[in-house]
Write a protein that binds this ligand. Sequence first.
Ligand SMILES: [Zn+2]
Ligand SMILES: [Zn+2]
Length: 287
Amino acid sequence: MQQRRELDWTNISFLATAHLLAAAGVAWGIFNFSWPTVILALVWFALCGLGITGGYHRLFSHPTYEAAAWLRWIYLVFGAASVQNSALKWSSDHRIHHSKVDREEDPYNIRRGFWWAHIGWVLHKEARPIARVKDLEADPLVMWQHRNYVLLATLFGAVIPMAIGALWGDAIGALLIAGFLRLVLQYHATFAVNSLAHYLGSQPYDTTTSARDSFITALVTLGEGYHNFHHRFQNDYRNGVRGWQLDPTKWFVWTMSKVGATWNLRRTPQDKIDAALAARRAQRNAA
Ligand SMILES: [Zn+2]
Ligand SMILES: [Zn+2]
């Protein structure tokens, strides 16, 4: 029996407003096109996206590598600008997702339907306490972001891009495009990891969960689309593990390791990956 949950009008109002302002951003871009604003929006999209994929997900939720304090700071401020809760809360939800995947306790349980997993769960109230994050609670930088989350989200999500846009006389365009259009596109990218990545694609490693590998999902999520691999080997800093798979987050973390900003990148031994692939092949042949 699915438990019924009340609508969360704060989240609904914020998301509706963000979508309206994003639409206004498209109109502004058409009638007041400005290259510097577009470039600012792309840079912000990349930084905020990496804040979630490289930071919130692959560093804080799953400690798959270690990173210098300055990089963790960048992840945390741009993660806040992505307005998806503090790293502490996000990681708590995400760790519950992994341990209870496809079950009632899974915050974005795909068995409740595609739209529930995509956005429905955000639009409903939840009484899920922060749990399973003792390691993060001992991290002063993570706790600083948790305490100042709303301020950081406002500053890095709206005020700073607006101030940068003012340098070329397009503060409003920067707010609408680098602020809200970027935010809404990023929302649907993150949401796609919870919906599309549990819905569309192949299962080369494991069929015990709904997680799937898909190039399409990877394309819109900076590489988070190889989700079947990720659920099977969640302690690996890579999601797209093959050379030809599109995983910009992996490339970023690896590049940062070459300049000493990240280290101890954790990789699943190749024989374990091969064994999982072989077991799946045998399962398919037997079917
Ligand atoms: Zn994960
Ligand atoms: Zn998942």
